[in-house]
Each structure stands twice: as C-alpha cells, then as structure tokens.
Design a protein around this ligand. Structure first.
Ligand SMILES: Nc1ncnc2c1ncn2[C@@H]1O[C@H](COP(=O)(O)OP(=O)(O)O)[C@@H](O)[C@H]1O
Ligand SMILES: [Mg+2]
Length: 342
C-alpha cells in the first residue's frame, strides 16, 4: 500500500466566470494503512477532492502525492487507486465472477493468476457462493459487496470510496458498514472514504477530516473531534443530537463572558427543578432507551437527554442544569474554539 499526501490542493470550476472554489487549499496526510474519512455537508467538495486523488479531475493548484510520488500529471489508470462510487454500476450481462475479473483482464491478467485473484477477493467479500449469478439476481447488499470486491481484486495502493452505502436501506447500511470495518481490519489498505453521514465516519475511520466550503475544518480521531471540536461548525456537525449552542444574552445568563458562544451536548444537560436556568418544555421525542426533551430557554431551544421513564409534559416549566466542565466555548465572531477559564 502507499500513503497519500495533499498539499494546498485547490479546484476551481470556472463555468461562466462565476468561479466555484470546490476545493480550497486542502492539505492532508493519509498514512500507509490508515482509514481516513472525509465528512461534510452536501456540496462541500468531498467528491471533487476524491476525484482529484483518483485523477478523474485535474487540480487548479497544489500537489497530490501517492507513495511519495507527485501524480498531478499521471493519468487515472496509472495511479494505482481503486474507486467505489455511490452508484456502483456493475455490468448487468456479466456474472459476479466476470464483474470481479474485468479490471484484471483489462490489465492483461489471464488464466490461473486471474482465477486465484478473483477467488481470493470473492472469499474476502463472502461472494464465493454467488460467483455464477448476474447482478439482477443479487440483493442490494450483495451488489455493493461485488462493487467493493472489484476494487479489492486489483490490490491497489489506495482505496477511494465515495458514499458507497448511501443507496442502501438503513439495515443494510449498518450490515455493509460492519463488513467494511472488518475488511479494513484484515487488509489494512490505505483508504479515503467520503460520506455525509457522521455516524459512518465515526464508526469506520481511524481519523476524520471535517470539510466545509471546500476547506478542512479539523482533522482528528473520532474521540478528539467529539471531545474538543476546533470550531462551532465541527461542534454542531459531529454528534447526534447536534450540540446545543447558547449565544449572546443566553450565554451571558449562564455566566459566559461577552463575545463567547457556549456549546453543550445533550448528555451534559439535566432537568433539575432547583436549577437557576428556567425554561418550558417544547417537545419530547421518545426513543425507547431514552427521550430527548426540547426546552425553550430564552432564544435557545435546548435538547436534553433524559431517562426513558418520567419525562415532563409539553408546556411544563422546568429548570436546566449545565455543568460548567461540560462547556465548549467559541469566539462568537469567528466560531473558533477558545479556552475560557472557569
Ligand atoms: N463539474 C463541475 N462543474 C462546476 N461545478 C462543479 C462541478 N462539480 C462539482 N461542482 C461544484 O463544486 C462544489 C463541490 O461539489 P462536490 O465535490 O460534488 O460536493 P460533495 O461531494 O461534498 O457533495 C459544489 O458547489 C458543486 O456544485
Ligand atoms: Mg459527493
């Protein structure tokens, strides 16, 4: 396998002079064997960045290195990367075996060498009993396994995934996600994995790069991102329900200095009749193992994680306790994380 290094990578689409900076000065390192997820909202430049690594698009500025070699001018076929797309087009007239074999045949692999590699990939993706079927006779999850198997069979230096699970229903998505995690545990292939789904990123990745507006907001392990988000965007993007944010007068009401927004996660809030911060219940979401209680406090609507039993009623007045140690403070003007001594 190989590492990937991006240095100041920029892509400007210059249609009709309204230039879009789809990717804006991205520098990132993916270590040999690492699984790095690129996560961010729709349109933030994730697919463009992946296409630049694959060579399907050319950079406007910056450098793409794979295994220490600058590949800016290397065509996609010679970059030794394998890409799995959201809409994985399998060849419908070919069997699973032939779908897996296709990329190898194109590269001149024949005979026993071809069969051995196809069978190894099929074994890894649990496709051996399905090798004679055509895609029409496969379930969605099985088709997606074939799509991953086609990348695997090539034994590339780098795997690139672009939202590979988003066409699957919820149950299948969880199943294939676990299969991908197990696959990476076994193969340790260098992987760049694009998703807009933070749960996918959190559960699969060694590290996550959060992208917004074509720029990297933060690169960190899932635990670091959750515990110390670098700015308000990351704070509210990572975590479900989204982090609560108290601004302006609401932040000052809990003792924050002027010009500081305070973020607090739902699990760090408790309903407490004796708490000084007063509000009214706006809604209750019952989730079985817990309930999410939405409380209107000043201009803010706070989400409180609550035990499954004994939630207050909508319209009830309540007190909300916020542990000072649970504050995440952000500069109200820039959104950057700031340390405010207690
Ligand atoms: N071929 C293109 N021409 C012009 N603009 C494009 C092209 N491809 C993508 N864009 C724009 O670049 C931005 C990033 O797109 P994309 O990388 O597809 O986002 P994501 O994958 O994060 O949803 C968007 O504003 C999109 O409209
Ligand atoms: Mg995309």
């Amino acid at each position: 396998m190989a590492d990937v290094a991006l240095r100041g990578v920029t892509k400007i689409y210059d249609a009709s002079r309204t230039a879009t900076r789809a990717v804006d000065g991205v520098s990132l390192d993916v270590a040999d064997g690492e699984f790095l997820a690129l996560v961010g909202p729709s349109g933030c430049g994730k697919s463009t960045l992946l296409r630049l690594v694959a060579g399907l698009d050319t950079v406007s500025a910056g450098e793409v290195r794979i295994g220490g070699v600058v590949v800016n001018d290397v065509p996609p076929g010679a970059r030794d990367v394998a890409m799995v797309f959201q809409s994985y087009a399998l060849y419908p007239q070919m069997t699973v075996f032939e779908n897996l074999a296709f990329a190898l045949r194109v590269r001149g692999v024949r005979g026993e060498a071809l069969r051995a590699r196809v069978h190894a990939a099929a074994e890894t993706m649990a496709l051996t009993p399905l090798l004679d079927r055509r895609p029409a006779a496969l379930s969605g999850g099985e088709r997606q396994r074939v799509a991953v198997g086609r990348a695997l069979v090539r034994d590339p230096a780098v795997f690139l995934f672009d939202e590979p699970l988003s066409n699957l229903d919820a149950a299948l998505r969880v199943q294939v996600r676990r299969e991908l995690a197990a696959l990476h545990q076994r193969t340790r292939g260098t992987t760049l994995y694009v998703t807009h789904d933070q749960v996918e990123a959190m559960t699969l990745a060694d590290r996550i790069a959060v992208i917004a507006g074509g720029r990297v907001q933060q690169v960190a392990t899932p635990a670091e991102l959750y515990a110390r988000p670098a700015n308000l965007f990351v704070a509210t993007f990572i975590g479900s329900p989204a982090m609560n944010v108290l601004r302006g007068a609401d932040a000052e009401a809990i003792g924050a200095p002027a010009g500081v927004d305070v973020g607090v996660r739902a699990e760090d809030l408790t309903l407490d009749g004796a708490a000084a911060l007063r509000g009214r219940v706006e809604g209750v979401e019952y989730l079985g193992h817990e309930q999410l209680v939405h409380v209107r406090v000043g201009a803010a609507s706070l989400v409180v994680r609550h035990a499954a039993s004994a939630a207050p009623q909508v319209g009830e007045p309540v007190g909300v306790r916020i542990a000072r140690a649970a504050w995440h403070c952000f500069d109200a003007a820039t959104g950057a994380r700031v340390d405010v001594p207690a």
